[in-house]
Design a binder for this molecule. Structure first.
Ligand SMILES: Nc1nc2c([nH]c(=O)n2[C@H]2C[C@H](O)[C@@H](COP(=O)(O)OP(=O)(O)OP(=O)(O)O)O2)c(=O)[nH]1
Ligand SMILES: [Mg+2]
Length: 128
């Protein structure tokens, strides 16, 4: 099962907005950058806008493609399309009751993310 996922790295003032995946979800109990599965025929960018509205209540007004990471979890193969989100309307929240947090990029390594995220976490922490 291969799923295409759009993911937003929401950035503001050296911090990034992260959410805790619910225990009943795939990769549950780990932190994530908000996002979700692309619908059939939906572009990654359209899915990003839709998911960040649904999960965090924001309207993305500026984003840029960051990178794609493919990962095989064994039970599930994902293709994660990461976007940096630098401007948005509204204040991000956990619209679906998920725990959320703004964390300094420099302390991201203190949070446990799914395996597929490791590269992105290191990459963000290396940003000037
Ligand atoms: N959103 C998100 N998903 C991630 C990240 N890292 C990672 O491996 N994933 C995986 C976990 C899931 O298998 C898949 C994303 O699915 P999802 O559960 O967010 O999808 P969705 O929002 O459409 O949720 P649902 O309707 O299926 O509940 O990608 C990440 O940083 N953010
Ligand atoms: Mg999701």
């Amino acid at each position: 099962m291969l799923v295409r996922v759009a993911v937003g790295v929401i950035l503001r003032d050296g911090a990034v907005f992260i959410a805790l995946r619910k225990s009943n979800q795939h990769q549950g109990g780990l932190w994530e950058f908000p996002g979700g599965k692309c619908e059939p025929f939906e572009s990654a960018e359209a899915a990003l806008m839709r998911e960040l509205k649904e999960e965090c209540g924001i309207v993305v007004t500026k984003c840029s493609f960051y990178k794609t990471i493919a990962h095989d979890y064994g039970d599930k193969q994902v293709e994660l399309c990461f976007y940096k989100v630098t401007e948005f309307d509204g204040e991000p929240e956990g619209s679906e009751g998920q725990e959320v947090s703004w964390v300094a990029i420099s302390s991201l390594s203190a949070y446990r993310f799914p395996e597929a995220n490791q590269e992105i976490v290191l990459d963000l922490m290396a940003m000037p």
